[in-house]
Design a protein around this ligand. Structure first.
Ligand SMILES: [Zn+2]
Length: 317
């Protein structure tokens, strides 16, 4: 009997033994799984760090602060294209920075290190890093009053705006502009008249053919090529007054009045002083361009040339 009991106990122990071994196995297995998970997380973290924009910038030579700032302001696809440049952060944070121009900014800056970064941005945005007439971009005439015409954006010879004749009362010689320009000019003329000022249209629409002949006569230094003159749009007028019909116009009360009020009627001074390197045209105190009231006011308030405004706010939109 005792023997039988002893046997039973031994059997029980034997039965339980495998259970004890499997418990140990489970613990070992769990430890292994946790270790593998920790290892994977560790490796993923390392790989993530090594392939991060921050680490790449750091390796390129940017200090930690600069690298952090660049990552914070620019998308990964922009960061991927970066190289080391001592002015990179200034370029990326410049107000009128346009992503697609980055390579051109860097090229231009590297060859013109005396220029301010804001100038580099402006010059590249308006294509002034390229030679005049070298791009032959088409003017987007669908933009109507907002179209850009200059030494990079040209009208083709078939462009003919609808025009109305200006009464002699408002002009020297025969002048033509678009109807909207004419209506707004008359409002502007009347407003100036109330302050005893006289605005006279001295030049306006010029056809493609006329511009071609003018350019042939005077050359690039003195005349725009056909298709590159705003006078081809019917949206540009040269304004003068009695006794001042050229460079002296900016000494007149009429000019001072226009400087404060032209945008209210939709006109801007198109070729301001000291902006020749952006507009491609010498300072012309008499040349006004119609953009419409809203746009003219925005451009006026921005303090930008129309080239800069167009590049950033219209073309890049
Ligand atoms: Zn003009």
């Amino acid at each position: 009997m005792e023997n039988e009991i002893q046997n039973n106990i031994e059997n029980e122990v034997k039965k339980n033994k495998p259970y004890k071994i499997s418990k140990n196995k489970v613990i070992k297995f769990a430890i292994l799984v946790v270790s593998i998970i920790i290892f994977i997380i560790f490796m993923v973290t390392i790989i993530k760090f090594l392939t991060s924009d921050y680490h790449k910038l750091n390796k390129m030579g940017y200090d930690k602060e600069t690298a952090k700032k660049i990552v914070a302001i620019k998308k990964s696809e922009v960061v991927k294209k970066l190289d080391y440049n001592e002015k990179m952060l200034d370029i990326l944070t410049s107000k009128y920075f346009i992503d697609k121009n980055l390579e051109n900014y860097l090229n231009y800056y590297n060859n013109n290190k005396n220029k301010s970064i804001d100038d580099v941005i402006a010059i590249v945005n308006v294509h002034a890093d390229k030679d005049f007439y070298s791009l032959e971009l088409k003017t987007d005439t669908d933009l109507g009053n907002a179209m850009l015409v200059n030494k990079y954006y040209n009208l083709d010879e078939n462009y003919e705006p609808e025009l109305v004749n200006v009464k002699n009362w408002y002009s020297y010689g025969e002048q033509k502009v678009t109807e909207e320009v004419y209506d707004q000019f008359i409002l502007m003329f009347d407003a100036a008249k109330e302050e005893d000022l006289t605005l006279i249209i001295n030049d306006s629409y010029r056809s493609y053919e006329t511009q071609k002949k003018t350019h042939k006569l005077y050359g690039d230094a003195l005349a725009a090529r056909a298709g590159a003159s705003e006078h081809n749009t019917g949206l540009a007028i040269d304004i003068v007054t009695y006794g001042a019909d050229g460079d002296d116009f900016d000494q007149t009360k009429e000019f001072a009045w226009l400087s404060k009020n032209a945008h209210k009627y939709g006109f801007i001074l198109r070729y301001p002083k000291d902006k020749e390197y952006l507009t491609g045209y010498d300072y012309e105190s008499w040349h006004y361009r119609y953009l419409g009231r809203d746009l003219a006011t925005k451009v006026y308030e921005s303090g930008l040339t129309y080239e800069e405004y167009y590049a950033y706010y219209i073309e890049n939109k």
